[in-house]
Structure formats: C-alpha cells, structure tokens
Write a protein that binds this ligand. Structure first.
Ligand SMILES: *[C@@H]1O[C@H](CO)[C@@H](O)[C@H](O)[C@H]1NC(C)=O
Ligand SMILES: *[C@@H]1O[C@H](CO)[C@@H](O)[C@H](O)[C@H]1NC(C)=O
Ligand SMILES: *[C@@H]1O[C@H](CO)[C@@H](O)[C@H](O)[C@H]1NC(C)=O
Ligand SMILES: *[C@@H]1O[C@H](CO)[C@@H](O)[C@H](O)[C@H]1NC(C)=O
Ligand SMILES: *[C@@H]1O[C@H](CO)[C@@H](O)[C@H](O)[C@H]1NC(C)=O
Ligand SMILES: *[C@@H]1O[C@H](CO)[C@@H](O)[C@H](O)[C@H]1NC(C)=O
Ligand SMILES: *[C@@H]1O[C@H](CO)[C@@H](O)[C@H](O)[C@H]1NC(C)=O
Length: 815
C-alpha cells in the first residue's frame, strides 16, 4: 500500500457532517461520495476504507485495511474484477441505498446489491471492519441493507459468518487473490459445502484440494490443532436456515484473521505488537496428508509413516504396481466383498480425520447403536460414526461407497467404524479363513526375512554411497532435490580439510569452513568414518533439514557423497554459535540486550515453525546454546537436526529406549523415562533463555551463594521478587527491565516439571510479544543440582561452532 497515502476528509467533513467531531469520518450518507485520496475511518480508528493500488500496477481499487497496524494487508476489496485505471474514481451512496463506484465518465465500475429499497440510507465503516449500509435510524445490524461481511474476499475476520444463510440467499466464502499484488479473483476458493454433512473445502477452480472434515462438536475433524487458545474463540452454527463457522477475538489488542492465500493455503495470522507484524499462527494445510484424497479411496494417510499411504485393513491396492511407485491415487479395494444379507461387521479406527462427507447421511438424535443398525440395514452404507464427540458422543453420520481422504492423527479423539465382510474382522469368522490367513502371515514373514537379509547384505556392501545417496535425493518417496557437490569442489574449498579450516566437532563429525570458487562461504560437516550413530544422524539431518525453510533455521546447500565420504554443506555463519558469546566475559558484551532479545524471539519462532508449521512436524530434541548459530547480524539459526524426530498429531508423545541429547537441556521426563514430545524442546528453550539472560551455563552451574542449579537459582530469585539479580553483568547497561522480566517469567514456565504445565511454542511466541498477564510458575523441573548430577555425564572440550565436543550423544541405557 506504499502508493496509497490517504488524506483525511477535512473539507468533506466540514461541509456535510458538521456533527462529527474532528475529522474521523466513518460514514457516507445518501447522495454523498468520496473520491480517490479521501478515506473513511472506523470510530476507533482501527480500520480505513479508501482507494489503493498494489505493487507497480496503476490499477486503483476501493478496499478496507488496518489503519493502526500497517503491514499492508487489505482485508476487503470492492471492485476486485474491475479496477479503475486512474485516480478519477468516486464512491457514492445513492438515495436508494446502493453504493456505486464510478469512473471518470460516470460509468459504473462496481455496485453493491440491495435487498430492499431504502428511505434514508447511510454507509458506515464499523470497528469490526464491516462496511454496512443501513437505514439511518435503524440500529439493528441484522437488518442491514447490505454489508461487506456478506461478500468476503480472501480474508475471514472476527465477527464474520463463513457459510450460508438460506433465508437471505447468502453464500459467504473466500476467493484467493490472483497474486500478492493482484486482488482479482484467483483460482482458489474456500467454501462451506453443504451437499452432505457440512464441511469446508478448498478448491482449485473446481478441483477439491483440501477438506476441513465435518464439525464434530468441538472442531472440524481435520483440524486437531483447532483448540481453545488465548487468541480467539470459535464455533459452528448449523440450523435449518443457517450453516456457518465463526470466530471472535479474545483480546482486541491481539487481532487475528484467516486468509486464503494466492496459493490456496488457508492461513491464520495473529498480530504481534512487539515486532509490529503478523505472524503465521496456523495453517489449515500442514503436510502432504492434507492433500485431498492423496491415498485414494479407502486409503489412510499417515504422515509419520513411510510410505505415507496404507490401505484400510481388509483392503488392498487397486493397482499394486502403481501403489508401489507411490501413485496412490487409485486407492484400495476390498479383499473380500461385503455380504450384506449374511451379516457384515465393523472395524473401528481411532484418531482419524473423517472421510469426505459429501455423500453422507446424518441424523442428530440417533445414538451409536441405532447408527450401526441403520448402516447395516442399507447395503450401500460403508461406514458410520458419531456426529458429535462431546461427552459420550451423539448423532449418526453414515457414508456410502468409497471412503475418501481419511488421514491418521495421533490426537483427534475421533472414531469411525468401517464396514467389513465378517470374515475379515475375525471373531466368529470361519476357521478356514483363519488358517489361510496365518499361513499367509508365516509365508510373508519368511519372505520379508529373506528380503531383509538381502537388503542388509546390499546395504553393508554399499552402505557408504548407495544408501546415503538415496537419502540425498529421495526420502519417503519424495524428491528432496538437494544439490550434489563434487568431492573435488569441497576438497578445494576447504583446502583439503586443513586444520586451519576446522571450525569444530559436530554431532557426527568435524565441521570445516570452505570457500567455493565463486567466493561463497560454506560450512562442511564431514561424517567421521566408522561412526554408525553418525550415519543415522547424517541421514536424519538430510531428511529433515532439506525440507525445512525458515529464517531461523540454518540452511543446507547440498550434500556430497563419494565412496568413503559423506558430507553436508551449509551456509556459513560467521558469528558461530550462541555459547561463544553468552558464556564469555569479553565477547558477552558484544551481545547487548536488544540482540539477546532478538535471539530469544527468533529461536522461539524457529521452534514454532518446527513444531507446527513445517510440513513435517518436528521435535528437535537437542536444542542448546551450541546449536543456535548466529548470522552476521546476530540473527539466530537453529542447527543440527541429527536427533530430530517427526511426529504426526499435535502433542504426540513417544518413548525411546535410547535417550540422546545434552544434559542440562533435557527435560526430566525425557532424561529419566525417555519420554519425549514437543514439550521437550520447550524445556530446552527455557534453559537457553535463562542462559542468555544470566550468561551462565545450566550444566555445571556454580554460584558462590551455594544455589542449587541455574533453574533453581532463577526460580528462587523470581519467587523472592529479585529476578534482576539473575541478569548477566555484561548487559546491565543495555537491558530493558520489562523484557528481561518477561523472558525470565516465560522461561520459568517453559522449564516446569510437568510437561503439561509448559506452554506450547505458539503461546511462548505470543507471551514474549505481548504484555498480557502470565500464569505464575511453580518450582521448575531439576530444581536441585543433585537431580541434575544424578543424570549427568562427563563432558569436555572446547566450545565451537556446530555444538563442539559437548557430549551430545549419551547413552543412559546400558547397551
Ligand atoms: C461528489 O461530491 C461532490 C461534493 O459533495 C460533488 O461536487 C460531486 O459532484 C460529487 N460527485 C459525484 C460523481 O456525484
Ligand atoms: C482508462 O480506460 C478508459 C476506457 O475504459 C480509456 O478511455 C482511458 O484512456 C484509460 N485511461 C488511462 C490513463 O489509461
Ligand atoms: C446482485 O444480485 C444479483 C441477483 O440477486 C446477482 O446476480 C448479482 O451478481 C449481484 N451482484 C453483486 C455485485 O453481488
Ligand atoms: C491448480 O490447477 C491448475 C490447473 O487447473 C494447475 O495448473 C495448478 O498447478 C493448480 N495449482 C495448485 C496449487 O495445485
Ligand atoms: C432421526 O432418528 C430419530 C431416532 O431414531 C428418529 O425419531 C427421527 O425420525 C430421525 N430423523 C430423520 C430425519 O430421519
Ligand atoms: C441407502 O441409503 C442411500 C443414501 O441415503 C439411499 O439412496 C438408498 O435408497 C438406501 N437404500 C436402502 C435400501 O435403504
Ligand atoms: C490484551 O493484550 C494487551 C497487549 O498484549 C495487554 O496489555 C492486555 O493486558 C491484554 N488484555 C487481557 C484482558 O488479557
């Protein structure tokens, strides 16, 4: 909106709205107009309506945008399809109550629709960003003659109704912009579909791209992430006349909105006052399994498994050879046909996104037994579930024909019962089938054993190049598209891996600095020979980091594989890692408080991306000061994904026998029981923040006043209302007390003993960015030094880039 400099309407105001105090004009009355350059502002000053252009285009549009929050987002556009080509436009309210946009020769470029003639109309811009035409003396907005909220563009705002109103003949849905600078209608729509049980659907023209799944009383079945949160409340209304989704903002200083972007991704943004920018709060589409019907009919998509698609139990690929090559689109067919009259059974699936409901039938008052009986009575019914999962569950939803677009979550508390031939379910099935099945199992087990042996032989032979090579190009059936570097290029760049170029020891090998012929500086991580563990981590790193892109994650440039060599090539970060600064008296001064606060926020936003917004949802598992690298402007970049794990649902928890990571940063439940979830990273983040504030290491913490551990020390000071005593002397001249206090407070919440007491990274980002009240922290995990040293292991070495010799890997379990 650079080209748009709205001028307030002093003269207009003077002439026609004498009663308005000042110049904050928020309406047009009948017969009046505004011209290009003039604007209307909502009463609180939050929103503004006027003429604008985007990018280098000369096209002029009438639109509504945030006035106080800049950041250039246009929320609504009137003449999307008919831009003005100059600044001669006039927006006028006719005495009949129709808004018209006229060009230089009074041609109508755009106009609003009227539902009925008006007597004394007025057009108002409300504080919700709704532009409303109503009778001047009528204060009931439900009675409006016309409102922009009934004609949304690409943005769904608080207070809007997303869906249909049969009585008024309205269908409110989002249509993407053509491009970032072109508001004309793009190819994508996000629309409520009521052809079966209602669901929201993103389409590319007429092709379905994504489905929200049906509303289950708590949320849409495909949005496990849609949960009560501090930013907005939400709900779904389904009556005879109206079906719509809505949300409301909980704190007016933290606005939030949903946008269908020009690539067809539905994203929710929240405003962060501190950075003065919108942050991506969540995306409707998070990974490949959200692609509509990726696994075809009767397939189930599980992002955490490889391959992603499996057939539902009792089904087999329709075209097995295509299925092998990751073409799942033809889906799966039954192994045994249904026997409707002979009696079929149902197989229960839990934690799923319900299949497409466009061919469904429902009844809100039936219970689950009645539902099952109703399905059994109709031979074309293939599955049933509860409509509403609240409490004991209620209502009945039936599917007919193939089940499309099912995906597996880890935490969605949504079940479905799929109809099967009785013989496939077992139980009272005939013995013959049972025997045949177990023979089948034995044969296939033997076959896989032989296959496995074969693979192992091949693997051992070619494990250096063959296996890893595949990982550089392809993983989980997807192309990683990681550029391959020639080994001589790297040898030349690093001066044949000279000692002078060595930056340090990483998790699985040495790291060297290099300069390519074109002058680009690189960091090369070289897998040390004979390190089994190193190989696993190497693969892990390639698989994960190649798919991640965020300004707070280190960027991988490519890999290099030769018979005896495996290397990863990264962007070079001249300022090495965070620990080089914060734990060093002299260099600590270089990192003043504003920079430290930027590092805290950047790290939080990198982690949030890993946990929620990346296509793979990832737990880093080894966040520490050594793994936070700094670019030349001291922006943080999280590195070292050797131990990272992908997880499916929102808050999945897993258990590992091999506890890997770094003591001092591990959460208690992980160090002791091997349990990990995203809350492990939250804990590590809390430790890092306390280290940044205090300039002291958590591990081996040593204080003259005989305090327990850094966490215990910080908590004691906080509890005794002396938190500033924690602050690193290097930053006493630069720190902002409110920010420091907030950082300590948030960090203490992150290191709570119970993972459930720790906030998720989305909350952490919000907490750091706002001034809202925070919960009081309890005593942190690992309060006392004893519990730390109990689990502690030896360490040593210098601290250098790429996590140095800090004993990243530690086996707690005896081998
Ligand atoms: C807009 O309003 C101004 C002043 O009120 C008037 O002179 C002008 O003719 C109006 N323009 C149109 C197109 O109605
Ligand atoms: C704008 O479009 C009109 C026709 O729609 C044309 O007559 C006029 O010359 C155009 N003006 C500019 C500045 O291109
Ligand atoms: C106005 O309503 C008519 C009929 O109801 C419809 O065809 C037309 O597209 C509407 N125009 C706008 C701008 O909504
Ligand atoms: C949308 O569909 C068109 C063809 O109709 C295709 O070229 C384009 O790639 C699709 N876009 C996306 C994001 O799938
Ligand atoms: C829904 O189920 C209830 C209870 O079985 C029944 O009384 C009612 O008629 C059903 N409604 C419809 C529309 O089928
Ligand atoms: C089964 O349900 C479908 C969809 O509601 C319906 O069209 C069909 O008539 C039903 N068949 C029987 C036998 O009830
Ligand atoms: C709303 O947010 C603002 C700014 O973050 C904060 O100052 C205020 O206390 C919050 N209000 C409530 C009720 O949480």
């Amino acid at each position: 909106m650079e080209s748009c400099f709205p001028i307030l309407l002093r003269s207009f105001c003077f002439m026609s709205l004498v009663l308005q105090i000042g110049y904050a004009l928020d309406s047009i009355s009948a017969g009046q107009n505004i011209t290009d350059g003039q604007t209307i502002v909502s009463p609180s000053g939050n929103f503004e309506l006027g003429f604008f252009s985007r990018g280098s285009s000369k096209n002029r549009y009438v639109g509504i945008w945030y006035k106080k929050l800049s950041a250039g987002r246009v929320l609504w556009v009137a003449n999307r399809e008919n831009p003005l080509n100059d600044s001669s436009g006039v927006l006028k309210l006719t005495p009949q109550g129709v808004l018209t946009l006229l060009n230089h020769n009074n041609g109508i470029v755009w106009s609003s629709n009227v539902s009925r003639p008006a007597q004394n109309p007025i057009a108002l811009l409300l504080d919700s960003a709704n532009f409303v035409i109503k009778e001047g003396n009528d204060n009931d907005l439900g009675d409006a003659i016309w409102q922009s909220f009934d004609h949304p563009c690409d943005s769904f705002l608080a207070g809007m109704k997303f869906g249909i109103d049969r009585a008024k003949g309205l269908d409110r849905y989002l249509t993407s912009w053509k491009s970032v600078d072109d508001p004309s209608l793009g190819d994508f729509t996000y629309r409520l579909d009521s052809s079966g049980y209602p669901q929201l659907i993103v389409r590319n023209r007429s092709v379905v791209q994504f489905r929200s799944g049906p509303w289950n009383g708590l949320r849409f079945s495909g949005f496990p992430q849609l949960r009560p949160n501090p930013v907005y409340s939400f709900g779904f209304v389904f009556t005879q006349n109206e079906i719509y989704y809505y949300f409301n903002i909980l704190n007016s200083s933290v606005p939030s909105m949903l946008v269908l972007n020009e690539n067809g991704i539905a994203q929710r943004f929240s405003w962060v006052d501190r950075t003065h920018d919108w942050i991506l709060y969540s995306s409707a589409q998070t990974d490949d399994c959200d692609t509509y019907a990726l696994c075809g009919g009767n397939g189930n998509c599980n992002i955490a498994s490889s391959p992603k698609c499996v057939c539902l139990t009792g089904f087999m690929p329709k075209y097995p050879s295509a299925w092998e090559f990751a073409d799942w689109s033809n889906g799966c067919v039954r192994r045994t046909e249904l026997d409707c009259l002979g009696g079929d059974k149902f197989l229960k699936y839990t934690e799923v996104k319900l299949p497409d409901t466009r061919q469904s039938w429902f009844n809100e008052s039936m219970n689950l037994q009645e539902c099952e009986q109703t399905c059994l009575r109709n031979c074309s019914c293939t599955a049933y579930s509860n409509l509403d999962i609240r409490g004991q569950g209620s209502g009945c939803l039936l599917w007919f024909g193939d089940l499309m677009d099912i995906r597996q979550f880890n935490e969605n508390s949504q079940d479905i019962y799929v109809r099967m031939a009785a013989s496939e379910v077992g139980g009272s099935s005939s013995r013959k089938t049972g025997t045949r099945k177990s023979t089948g199992i034995i044969v296939s087990t033997m076959l896989s054993a032989v296959l496995l042996l074969g693979i192992m032989v091949v693997f051992m032979k070619y494990r250096r190049d063959g296996q890893i090579f595949r990982f550089c190009h392809q993983s989980h059936g997807e192309d990683l598209d990681l550029p391959m570097f020639d080994v001589t290029t790297i040898v030349n760049a690093t001066n044949n891996f000279s000692e002078d170029n060595k930056l340090g020891e990483g998790g699985f090998g040495a790291v060297y600095k290099g300069v390519l012929r074109n002058g680009q500086e690189i960091a090369v991580k070289r897998l040390s020979e004979n390190s089994r563990q190193g190989q696993d981590e190497f693969k892990n790193e390639v698989v994960y980091i190649a798919k991640l892109q965020h300004r707070n994650l280190v960027k991988i440039l490519g890999c290099c594989i030769q018979v005896d060599e495996m290397m990863l090539i990264y962007e070079f970060l001249p300022n090495r890692s965070l620990d080089c600064f914060i734990f060093d008296r002299e260099k600590g001064v270089l990192l003043d408080w504003p920079r430290r606060f930027t590092i805290i926020n950047g790290t939080a936003s990198g982690l949030l991306y890993l946990h929620r917004d990346s296509r793979l949802r990832i737990i880093h598992r080894d966040l520490k000061a050594e793994n936070i690298l700094l670019d030349n402007e001291m922006n943080p970049k999280i590195s070292d994904f050797g131990l990272a794990r992908s997880f499916g649902g929102n808050e999945s928890e897993a258990n590992t026998k091999r506890v890997v990571g770094t003591y001092g940063y591990m959460s208690p439940e992980y160090a002791i029981h091997g349990l990990y979830s995203i809350k492990l990273d939250v804990f590590s983040f809390g430790v890092v923040v306390l280290e940044i504030v205090s300039g002291q290491r958590n591990r081996g913490f040593n204080h003259p006043d005989n305090h327990s551990s850094l966490l215990g020390f910080a908590w004691t000071l906080f509890r005794d209302r002396k938190p500033m005593k924690l602050v690193d002397p290097s930053i006493t001249s630069t720190f902002n007390p409110a920010e420091v206090l907030r950082s300590i407070h948030v960090a203490l919440l992150c290191v709570q003993q119970n993972p459930r007491d720790r906030p998720e990274m989305s909350s952490v980002v919000m907490m750091l960015g706002s001034e809202s009240a925070l919960p009081h922290p309890k005593q942190p995990g690992f309060f006392s030094e004893e519990s730390v040293s109990e689990a502690s292991s030896s360490s040593g070495g210098k601290h250098q880039q790429y996590s140095a010799n800090e004993m990243t890997i530690s086996d707690v379990q005896p081998r």
